[in-house]
Structure formats: structure tokens, C-alpha cells
Write a protein that binds this ligand. Structure first.
Ligand code: SF4
Length: 237
């Protein structure tokens, strides 16, 4: 793929030195080049958060045909479920995946949040990647949004044979909101209540100051951390 691959200090420099318009152009170029290479095997992981909304709008500018998947859980807030229904109605190429195994305890997020995320989020993501024939998945990761998000690259291959494209990695939180406002992209109603990062209801809190992800998994060892889809192997043999 393109010669725009950078990491580490170069990535941090780009975060501060590129202006908003240059970042948008860079993101579009990354998506366009990946789409030329992977075609229908390029698929967006749409979390329904604001970053995914920006990425989804960017990919639609490159090609309206690009598909996506949403992983949902029994614990998603009502507002997120409502937003999901609206997005899927508008974009039927968004496919929903979830783990509906009734034997999984409703209290697992208290006793074992890592295990809960593994079953309810990572497993359906693996399923989506397999069922949709994905060779390149596209995410809305920002390298500025929390302590666990500083070590990524715009194009990665963490799983052999599965490329991961992070086209807005170098955007700031405010630039995401800037993009969404300019493009008039709808977002989850929960942002109006003060949330900065959205996940399952029991594991997301409104916080002020600090990292964007500081309100996630408060009171557990996962606080401000990850559900696992960006850290665990995803390719099923
Ligand atoms: S975010 Fe919380 S409720 Fe949702 S899957 Fe992870 S631990 Fe379970």
C-alpha cells in the first residue's frame, strides 16, 4: 500500500503539524488506496461512536458500496440501539453481529469484565471478519484518545493476513467533532448528555477532563482500557 506509512515520533508530529483539511485529505487517500487494493474485502468496523461516524462518512465519500459491521451487546444503552436501528435503515450494507448465548451470566461484567468483553465483543468481531470475507478492516481509532491507543499505526497487520486500516489515527477529538459538524453527520444522542466515549451501559460513565476513554470501565482493572477487539487475535483459522 501507500508510502504514507508512519509510526512513533513521526505519527506524533503529524498529529500536531497537519491542519484539519490536510488530515481529511490524508484519511481519504488512505481509504481510497486501501479500497483500490482490497475492493469488497475492505470492511468498516462501525462502533456507532463519533469516530466511527466520521470514518463511515469518509468511506462513503470514497465508495458508497463499502460495507460495514456493527457489534452489539445486550448491555448497549437504549439510545445506542435506537441509533443503530436508524443507521442500519439508512445503510443496509451495515450488518449486525452479537453473541446471544443465554448461558453467559448477566453479571459477568462485574466478576470478569475481560471475559465479558471477550465473549460479547471480540467473538462477534471474529465472526464478522470471517463471515464477511474481510482482508482489510477499517477502524475509528485515534492515537490521542487514551493511554492504550498510543501504539498504533495507520496501516497494520497485527493478525497475519488481516490488514487493519486506522484512517483517522492522527485526528484530535475536536477535529472529529469539526468534521461531523461540517458534514452534518448524525451521532448518538448520548453525546448531548456529556459522554465522550460510548460503550455498554454498565461500563461507560460521563467524566470531565482527562482522556476521552477515562469513563470506560471505571472501578475495574480495565479502567480507560480496551474491550479487546484491538488487542486480541481476530482471524479465525
Ligand atoms: S463493555 Fe462491559 S458489559 Fe460490555 S461486553 Fe465489556 S464488560 Fe461486558
Amino acid at each position: 500500500m501507500s508510502a504514507t506509512l508512519v509510526a512513533g515520533e513521526d505519527l506524533k508530529r503529524l498529529v500536531e503539524e497537519l491542519n484539519f483539511s490536510e488530515k481529511v485529505e490524508r484519511s481519504l487517500r488512505l481509504i481510497r488506496e486501501a479500497h483500490e487494493q482490497y475492493g469488497d474485502r475492505l470492511v468498516v468496523a462501525n462502533s456507532l461512536g463519533k469516530d466511527s461516524c466520521a470514518v463511515w462518512d469518509l468511506v462513503k465519500r470514497v465508495s458508497p458500496e463499502i460495507r460495514g459491521f456493527i457489534v452489539t451487546t445486550r448491555f448497549k444503552p437504549a439510545e445506542t440501539k435506537q441509533f443503530m436501528r436508524a443507521e442500519v435503515a439508512r445503510y443496509p450494507e451495515l450488518k449486525i453481529f452479537s453473541n446471544n448465548d443465554d448461558s453467559i451470566s448477566d453479571r459477568l461484567y462485574v466478576t470478569d469484565p475481560d471475559g465479558c468483553c471477550d465473549l460479547l465483543k471480540v467473538e462477534p468481531t471474529r465472526q464478522a471478519i470471517k463471515e464477511m470475507g474481510v482482508d482489510c478492516w477499517v477502524t475509528g481509532l485515534l492515537c490521542t484518545e487514551g493511554r492504550t491507543r498510543t501504539d498504533y499505526q495507520e496501516i497494520e497487520e497485527r493478525d497475519t493476513g488481516l490488514i487493519k486500516l486506522n484512517p483517522i489515527l492522527i485526528w484530535h477529538e475536536r477535529e472529529v467533532w469539526q468534521y461531523l459538524a461540517i458534514r452534518q453527520v448524525p451521532v448518538n444522542a448520548l453525546y448531548a448528555e456529556g459522554y465522550r466515549s460510548l460503550g455498554c451501559a454498565p461500563c461507560s460513565r460521563i467524566t470531565s477532563g482527562g482522556d476521552e476513554r477515562a469513563g470506560r470501565w471505571i472501578g475495574t482493572s480495565k479502567c480507560g482500557g480496551e474491550c479487546g477487539i484491538h488487542t486480541r487475535p481476530l482471524k479465525i483459522a
